[in-house]
Design a protein around this ligand. Structure first.
Ligand code: 6MZ
Length: 356
């Protein structure tokens, strides 16, 4: 399915530290192994393992964070992730990451995010646009005369479910400050779904919403009907996963028309969904409910956005035109400014399914 590579695509659910190239992770792990900070062989095994339960995934993230959480590495992985998405024709990327504090290396949530911004600035393989048109500091990499790929990038700051209300609030305040730069558009709630209480995060999320930040929630990644209902009642602008929804939840989701970020490979590998043919993609798609195909963690799950589209096309019998329409429909679900949405429409209009 070569044409899937040429299809313009929009990625709305990608975690920075889940989207690291294996080669980069192994290289970094080797250096830390040599310094005696970690045992390289342990890391190699975990990194190479493709089949992981949800709880193993979160153990892996703890390991990844040990390897990646210094300013220089955060900058590097941000650059590589943006380049990798652009190279598979992602034209708009909403990348999410959890701002981290680590006093021992002088890292604050703010300096972590500055390292991410530095990563965006350092992209050279492709043209990036990550500040709003109205911002006079508009940064655009020079075009080298050859037709280069161009990607719009916006950021979501994630709140990890292990955080306290105060820490979640700090992230929201940081997002509000960084919104002025134009690149940060919203807040995500993620992390191990078996940890933490909705009531802990609600004050910070409500504050974010009251201040017009967009909100997306990991919702229904494990069975928890009380939390799912409370999350839907909060009316987030999007949700991710929705694997363990019951009839009442589907009814509410559909009546509120909340778009769903669908991560097929992630759901199958973590066994949140037992087999692709019973995945809720089909029901939502047939109901014409807004949904977006996403990768979640392309490094951890060894996938790509092309691969996710190919899986959807194969599993649910989508035609080229249907896949194109689905990819284009993601524009409405982005948290981008209207001006960017219009640019994205032009990009899709200039790439009709017949021309792929
Ligand atoms: C819930 C997930 C996730 O933020 O350090 N994360 N949270 N469910 C998932 N499905 C498998 N995949 C990733 O990226 C890694 C962090 O993203 C969240 C977890 O909090 C993980 O630690 P950042 O860049």
């Amino acid at each position: 399915m070569e044409w899937i590579n040429s299809l313009p695509k929009i990625e709305l659910h990608a975690h920075l530290n889940g989207s690291i190239r294996d080669s980069t992770l192994l290289e970094l792990a080797k250096v830390l192994g040599e310094k005696g900070v970690i045992v390289f062989a342990d890391v190699e095994d975990v990194i190479r393992k493709n089949d992981r339960s949800l709880s193993e995934v979160f153990k892996l993230f703890d390991l990844i964070h040990k390897i990646t959480t210094d300013h220089q590495t955060v900058t590097r992985i941000t650059r590589e992730v943006v380049e990798d998405f652009a190279l598979e024709n992602v034209v708009y990327l909403e990348l999410r990451t959890t701002p981290k504090r680590n006093d021992s290396i002088g890292m604050s949530k703010r300096s972590y995010m500055e390292a991410v911004l530095e990563g965006l600035r350092s992209v050279s393989e492709v043209d990036t646009d990550f500040v709003t048109e109205s911002n006079s500091q508009k940064i655009r990499n020079a075009c080298d005369g050859v037709r280069r790929k161009k990607i719009y990038v916006r950021l979501l700051l994630s709140i990890d479910r292990r955080e306290t209300t105060e820490s979640a609030m700090e992230t929201v305040k940081l997002a509000l400050e960084m919104r002025n730069v134009g690149v940060v558009v919203g807040i995500d709630l993620s992390g191990n779904p078996l940890v933490g209480e909705w009531s802990t995060f609600l004050p910070a999320l409500q504050f974010a919403k009251d201040n017009d930040l967009y909100i997306t929630l990991h919702c229904g990644e494990v069975p928890n009907s009380k939390e799912i209902q409370a999350m839907l009642d909060f009316k987030p602008h999007r949700i991710g996963h929705a694997c363990f929804f019951e009839d009442d939840d589907w009814e509410k989701l559909k009546s509120f028309r909340i778009p769903v970020e669908i991560c097929l490979t992630s759901n199958i590998i973590t066994k949140s969904i037992s087999s692709i043919d019973i995945h809720h993609f089909a029901d939502l798609y047939n109901a014409k409910h807004p949904l977006i195909i996403c990768t979640d963690d392309f490094g951890v799950f060894s996938t790509s956005l092309c691969n996710e589209y190919a899986l959807a096309v194969r599993s649910f019998g989508l035609s080229k035109r249907e896949a194109f329409t689905l990819a284009r429909s993601a524009i409405d679900a982005t948290f981008a400014e209207d001006e960017v949405k219009q640019q994205l429409m032009l990009i899709f209009d200039s790439a009709s399914p017949e021309s792929l």
